[in-house]
Design a protein around this ligand. Structure first.
Ligand code: ATP
Length: 468
């Protein structure tokens, strides 16, 4: 094909391009016209973000200077050719509008990473007219910015229990993230979850919902220690008590007795696992009616763990009990994983003595509803929350955020904010009543499976966890 023929094709190519462009513009226009009011605002916002990005990124310092000439200009070695200018690169973005704002996918550059985006999140939020910009790590080399005009987590949602056993006992569904995706806490081969948060944040609601969700399964049992009341039968767990095989109130001795009972179960299970299950790890076969997954909920755990200062006899006795409770809970968290005991310490007092770091750091998950200080967030979620300031639960103050928690993301760095649904206590009570016949003491269940000569009467005293 000669040059003339190539030029002859030009009008055809131009017409094809014009047709494609018109079709693209029509699709966009139809989408815009069909969208509702909020979506249209988000589409306009996405266009604005794309159009102003290069300038804004440079102003925010989200750019990097590349002094190496591009390979094409490096071919131009002729004498006297002007020295190529250094290029100022900004990350490439893609936008995706939704009901609540715009999701911006960012291709990271050297020196423009997650940390730099986090530092400029407030600046970007102001420039884009958003209430906040959340920064999340995406696939390697990518980040996701959630430019939120209307916080999707600010609206309350309801959980109406079905009364049916869940199909999957390896995960605990806790709610939805800000993209509407379900958020789970892994249970399989996991040790426990810390649940923290200020007064009225939504801890007990989440934990009674746990009983209502798993309660219809005969392969799950619950023990509850509630430090807020003298008897768990009077507190937040009163409604679900028919589905709880053992409970205790704020009395340290009573709580201690129940913790010892659970630790004995742990040791007995660890001793019997190979004989009864054919494996030392219950999760290899899964929970069953005879060997149920046991949730040990310790609400207001600071009541049982905090140090008692004083030299009189009673105070010293209480201090010894608190130290013993920490030791026993530590054994449960460290050893419970493989025998199917999942421990959930919950507290409104996020300090080192409310949930000792020796317990917090071995729990596989941590959730925190609102906190008043970053120190409290750190006590609940660990030091890493300092690296993700927009996920810090101090941002969750205000009635619209009751029931919203921050938790460490599964399988990627960083944290995820999750809206937990509200459970009407009447529904919780109805499910507990309906499923009360499934409540069984796992110690008795184990005894039924165990030859009498292998049963132990006394709880072991040693510190070493029986199962790893
Ligand atoms: N997920 C939720 N969505 C909407 N409202 C909620 C949610 N969870 C709890 N609430 C509301 O907040 C109130 C307090 O909740 P809850 O008792 O669970 O808090 P808490 O963190 O256990 O408080 P405390 O530390 O005092 O025990 C509930 O009575 C309910 O009205």
């Amino acid at each position: 094909m000669n040059v003339e023929q190539v030029f002859g094709l030009l009008p055809v190519v131009l017409v094809i391009c014009a047709v494609l462009l018109t079709a693209w513009a029509m699709v966009k226009t139809v989408r815009y016209v069909q969208a509702d009011k909020e979506m249209r605002r988000s589409i306009r916002q996405a266009v604005k973000i794309r159009m102003t990005w290069t300038r804004l990124a440079k102003m925010a310092g989200l750019s990097v200077t590349d002094r190496t000439p591009p390979w094409l200009s490096s071919l131009n070695t002729s004498k006297g050719a002007p020295e190529p200018k250094p290029r100022e690169l900004v990350p490439v973005i893609k936008t995706q509008p939704d009901q609540y704002g715009v999701i911006v996918h960012v291709k990271l550059l050297p020196k423009v990473g997650i940390k730099e985006l986090q530092d400029k999140a407030r600046f970007l939020a102001d420039a884009w007219g958003c209430v906040r910009v959340a920064v999340e790590a995406g696939k390697p080399g990518l980040a996701t910015l959630r430019a939120i005009r209307r916080d999707p987590l600010a609206g309350h949602i309801q959980y109406v229990p079905t009364g049916e056993p869940p199909a999957d006992l390896t995960v605990w569904p806790v709610g939805r993230d800000e993209y509407g995706a379900p958020v789970h806490v892994e249970l399989k081969n996991k040790s426990g979850a810390v649940v923290a948060g200020g007064v009225g944040g939504g801890k007990s609601n989440l934990l009674t919902a746990l009983v209502s969700y798993f309660g219809p399964s005969p392969a799950v049992q619950f023990a509850v220690i509630d430090g807020k009341v003298s008897d768990a039968a009077h507190g937040d767990y009163a409604d679900v008590l028919p589905r709880v095989f053992a409970h205790a109130g704020h009395d340290l001795r009573e709580a201690n007795a129940l913790l010892r009972r659970l630790v004995k179960l742990l040791h007995d299970r660890a001793t019997m696992a190979r004989t009864v299950l054919g494996t030392s790890n219950m999760w290899n076969v899964g929970p069953s009616e005879q060997w149920p997954l046991v949730f040990a909920v310790i609400d207001e755990s600071h009541t049982f763990f905090h140090d008692h200062k004083g030299s009189d006899k009673e105070t010293r006795a209480l201090a010894a009990l608190a130290a013993e409770n920490i030791r026993l809970t530590g054994l449960l968290v460290k050893g419970g994983r493989s025998v199917g005991i999942y421990t959930v310490p919950a507290t409104q007092k996020a300090t080192g003595d409310a949930i000792p770091t020796s317990i917090r750091d071995v729990c596989s998950a941590a959730l925190s509803f609102y906190q008043r200080t970053t120190e409290a967030s750190v006590a609940a979620l660990g030091d890493d929350i300092r690296n993700w300031p927009d996920m810090d639960p101090i941002n969750l103050q205000g009635s619209q955020y009751v029931g919203v928690a921050s938790m460490a993301a599964e399988g990627r760095p960083g944290f995820v904010r999750v809206r937990t649904p509200y459970l009407n206590p009447a529904h919780a009570a109805a499910v507990a009543k309906l499923t009360a016949h499934l409540t069984q003491d796992p110690t008795e269940l184990l005894a039924n499976l165990t030859p009498p000569n292998l049963r132990k009467d006394e709880p072991p005293e040693d510190d070493a966890p029986a199962a790893a």
